[in-house]
Design a protein around this ligand. Structure first.
Ligand code: ATP
Ligand code: MG
Length: 323
């Protein structure tokens, strides 16, 4: 049992997070996690990306001691989180994927109480809570009861409750769900700051494009297995020399017959995304123009590949498929 864990105490590598070969089967058959190995240093923002059912929530629930791995180990510095789920709960701050229950509390009360429960001193918790409420532009609802808050605001209050007195490990499961684009940007800033303050941050998200800007490293998980891991740029290295060709299909049109130069494609709504070699750029544009003339498409664009294209290549899906 550890008595107190305050943010920023200890040196960096003393608090490294290490998960090794974490495997979790449900009912002895579904491999929700299959030998997942991940190391995260304090100060790193680490993304966990993957389609619905990939095993992301299962993984983080084992980190915080809510589920016991079938096999494998999870350690933070000297502590074994599998052996000692109480320590896991002290070390980790967790924003669950589901909304937090704050019905009968005013926003600032809910924030204050959770900070006290996490062991923060009252004045410091109140000051940080109010600073976060202001930073996420939520001051107008500071005194509003939980059950009167909108879905997106509740999501942000959940984030503040989780991070008002953060542990060494901060785990955020889909923190941006239901949040408007402007406040999502404010939220990403606060997530980055948590890393700068020395926490190791796990960020579970479907939003690949936003994650690309916010994370230091990430893992892509598919069907329980970790299929890629690295910095956003290192994961894009394999796509060097490739371009993204995007076609906005006219409503009611199916996917047209694709020329051989298309290496991968995925469709979200009327948006058809394709990866081509940069040496095929001219031929790609000529084909896209034909699609416009044939009234199959109403717009096209050619640009650099993004992490989204890596995600499509590795999982066979777009991240928007899941949201
Ligand atoms: N309690 C459970 N009993 C049996 N199977 C479960 C249980 N919880 C999850 N699973 C299965 O484990 C797999 C991984 O689920 P998990 O919730 O970890 O996915 P996820 O990556 O978080 O997905 P999402 O993006 O939809 O939140 C899925 O196949 C799911 O059906
Ligand atoms: Mg999940």
């Amino acid at each position: 049992m550890i008595m107190s864990i305050t943010p920023n105490s200890g040196t960096r590598s003393d608090w490294a997070f290490q998960a090794e070969n974490v495997t979790k089967t449900y009912d002895g058959e579904v491999f929700a996690n299959d030998a997942i190995t991940i190391e995260v240093e304090p100060g790193e923002v680490y993304g966990l990306l993957g389609p619905n059912g990939a095993g992301k929530t299962t993984f983080v629930k084992q980190v915080i001691g809510l589920l016991k791995p079938t096999s494998g180990s999870i350690r933070v510095g000297p502590y074994d989180l599998v052996e000692d789920p109480d320590v896991a709960r002290q070390l980790c701050s967790y924003l669950p994927q589901a909304q937090m229950p704050i019905q009968s509390f005013k926003m600032h009360e809910a924030v204050h109480i959770t900070g006290l429960i996490r062991g923060g001193p009252s004045d410091a918790v109140r000051a940080r809570g109010d600073a976060l409420i202001e930073a996420l532009d939520l001051t107008e609802w500071r005194d509003t009861l939980g059950h009167k808050l909108s879905g997106g605001v509740r999501r942000l209050v959940g984030f503040i409750m989780t991070t008002v007195w953060p542990g060494k490990i901060v785990i955020l499961d889909e923190p941006t769900n239901d949040v408007d684009p402007r406040r999502r940007r404010l939220l990403w800033d606060q997530i980055r700051l948590l890393g700068s303050d020395g926490a190791a941050v796990f960020l579970v998200t479907h939003n690949v494009l936003e994650a690309e800007k916010a994370v230091d490293r990430l893992a892509i998980i598919n069907e329980g297995r970790l299929i890629a891991q690295g910095t956003p740029s290192s994961l894009k290295l394999d796509d060097r020399g490739r371009l993204r060709l995007q076609l906005m299909l006219r409503p009611g049109n199916g996917i047209p017959e694709l020329p051989g130069l298309v290496q991968h494609h995925a469709r979200v709504g009327n948006n058809l995304m394709m990866v081509i070699d940069e040496t095929d750029a001219g031929a790609g544009i000529a084909w896209a123009q034909q699609m416009m003339e044939a009234e199959v498409a109403e717009e096209y664009a050619l640009g650099a590949t993004t992490l989204e294209d890596v995600y499509i290549r590795l999982t066979g899906r777009t991240s928007q498929d899941d949201s």
